[in-house]
Design a protein around this ligand. Structure first.
Ligand SMILES: Cc1cc2nc3c(=O)[nH]c(=O)nc-3n(C[C@H](O)[C@H](O)[C@H](O)COP(=O)(O)OP(=O)(O)OC[C@H]3O[C@@H](n4cnc5c(N)ncnc54)[C@H](O)[C@@H]3O)c2cc1C
Length: 461
């Protein structure tokens, strides 16, 4: 942890999710083991428990301590790839009832998000986005600059206008996953933290158990919701999940008296209000892509995504390459695994870049002038080649194991999608009619000859 000399307050150090009680005794046998207690894992566990299944949730560190506590907290329908829209519409419906469902504060608020643009051409593109939203009866509209800035008195951003969607919202990353995990426990589910799953065992070719560092749990289904670790975990089972990682940095401010409720995106900065009265600030310039051995192995699959991100990301070739080169790719049930060696992945924030972002915001918006920096952090983001999550069985892929499911590769926008992903995953595990067409999210799309590419223009947003 470093000290910010201007405020004499600790300003780095990871965001700490609300605590969740730990179940130390492993059940001998359950219906489903969920691996990973980020937003995808906790939402899946809660859905399954609500349907009466016996579920154990295993987490190598603390509930929500990786991506799910480090994100911007945006729950947005806008600028979504149409392939994700049905799942996101369902997610927003679930977010709206999440406080009541969990009996706890997840921080969800339908606050609206303003996506500002600086050129006429970009404003025209926003008209297209508004139309996509209107097809789902979402009353998004394109606003001229003065109207777009109305909700942010004093902000002097040189914008042409904005897409405004009143149905977009926010939730609190450090509260939501713990609240959902606690609700899951109230239904009889067990949460095992500091309990890495090493591997999956099979009997007669089907899932029969998971082996954790603390013992074995018999089960007939396993959901891998292990975030950035899913590729490594599944690789050990002989299943290829083509996933890369990028890093993003976030800054949290001290409380801003009478600060705006709405969330705002400008080309140089973004801000969204937090329950504690401060703001989570970020900007596109804080994205970092560290080159690893996977970058080369997966290059052909990721070429379209990397090409369109080339100008926005900083690329770095450094010690991360060597660290990942040394990672074991194969192990057995009795071996210590990389999951036990890294309980919580806590990358270094790009302090220089995020401070520049904040300085730009302060210069443009008097509401932030004199407001101190409370904290900065970074988080790894798991990304699929088409920027669409995997919510799927392993059917149709090499190494298929009946009873094994994957909810991962949420591609930088999975916090908002989490509740819908949990519901869809529970449908797949239980054989219920899926809440949305699951074919877009199948794992086999990467190996069955399908064309794989992000939606044109989506990465510029
Ligand atoms: C800086 C940043 C900003 C973002 N902003 C937004 C945003 O505004 N809106 C949005 O919707 N999304 C956003 N995202 C993306 C979002 O945070 C992720 O898509 C989402 O949180 C991923 O959830 P997850 O459950 O898949 O993964 P994670 O939250 O990473 O959870 C996976 C968990 O699995 C555990 N695990 C891994 N391996 C094992 C094992 N073998 N055994 C047991 N446990 C294991 C890990 O410890 C981890 O806790 C952002 C992400 C970042 C980093």
């Amino acid at each position: 942890m470093s000290l910010d000399t201007t405020t004499a307050m600790p300003t780095n150090g990871r965001p700490i999710p609300d605590p969740v009680p730990n179940d130390l005794t492993l059940p001998q046998s359950v219906d489903v083991v969920v691996i990973g207690a980020g937003i995808a894992g906790v939402c899946t566990a809660l859905e399954l428990a609500e349907r009466g299944l016996k579920v154990a949730l295993c987490e190598k560190g603390d509930v929500g301590a990786e991506q799910s506590s480090r994100n911007w907290g945006w729950v947005r329908l806008s600028h979504r790839d149409p392939r994700e829209m049905p799942l996101m519409v369902e997610s927003v419906r679930l977010w709206k009832g999440m406080n009541e469902r969990t009996g706890a504060e997840t921080g969800y608020r339908q606050c609206g998000i303003t996506f500002s643009v600086t050129t006429d051409e970009a404003l025209k593109e926003e008209e297209d986005w508004a139309q996509i939203l209107q097809e789902y009866q979402i009353p998004a509209r394109v606003l001229p600059a003065p109207e777009a800035l109305n909700a942010f008195p004093g902000l002097t951003a040189p914008i042409k206008g904005a897409l405004y969607n009143p149905h977009d919202g926010r939730a609190e990353p450090q509260k939501a996953s713990p609240a959902i995990a606690n609700a899951f426990r109230m239904l009889g589910g067990t949460v095992h933290q500091n309990c890495a799953v090493r591997t999956v065992e099979t009997s007669g070719g089907k899932v029969s158990a998971v082996v954790t560092e603390n013992g074995t749990i018999r089960c007939s289904s396993v959901v891998v919701a292990a975030g950035i670790w899913s590729r490594l975990f599944l690789g050990n089972l002989g299943i290829d999940l083509p996933m890369l990682k990028t890093t993003g940095t976030v800054l949290r401010t001290d409380p801003v008296p009478d600060g705006p409720e709405g969330t705002f995106k400008f080309q140089d900065y973004t801000f969204r209000r937090r329950l504690d009265g401060g703001y989570s600030i970020s900007g596109p310039q804080t994205g970092l892509y560290e080159i690893t051995p996977d970058s080369f192995w997966l290059a052909p699959k990721f070429f379209p995504a990397l090409k369109s991100e080339f100008t926005r990301l900083k690329f770095r070739f450094g010690k991360r390459f060597v660290q990942e080169m040394k990672l074991p790719r194969k192990w057995g049930a009795t071996d210590r695994t990389p999951f036990e060696d890294t309980r919580i992945y806590d990358p270094q924030p790009d302090t220089k870049a995020i401070d520049k972002v904040y300085a730009q915001l302060q210069a443009a918006y008097p509401a932030f002038q004199g407001v101190g920096i409370a904290q900065r952090w970074a988080g790894y983001i798991d990304v699929m080649p088409d920027i669409i999550p995997v919510v799927s069985s392993t059917e149709g892929v090499r190494g298929h194991i009946p009873g094994l499911f994957v909810a991962s590769g949420l591609s930088g926008h999975g916090f908002g999608l989490g509740p819908g992903i949990g519901k869809l995953m529970a449908d797949l595990v239980t054989g219920a009619v899926p809440v949305v067409d699951p074919s877009q999210y199948r794992l086999s799309r990467f190996s069955d000859g399908s064309k794989i590419a992000p939606m044109e223009g989506i990465l510029r947003r």
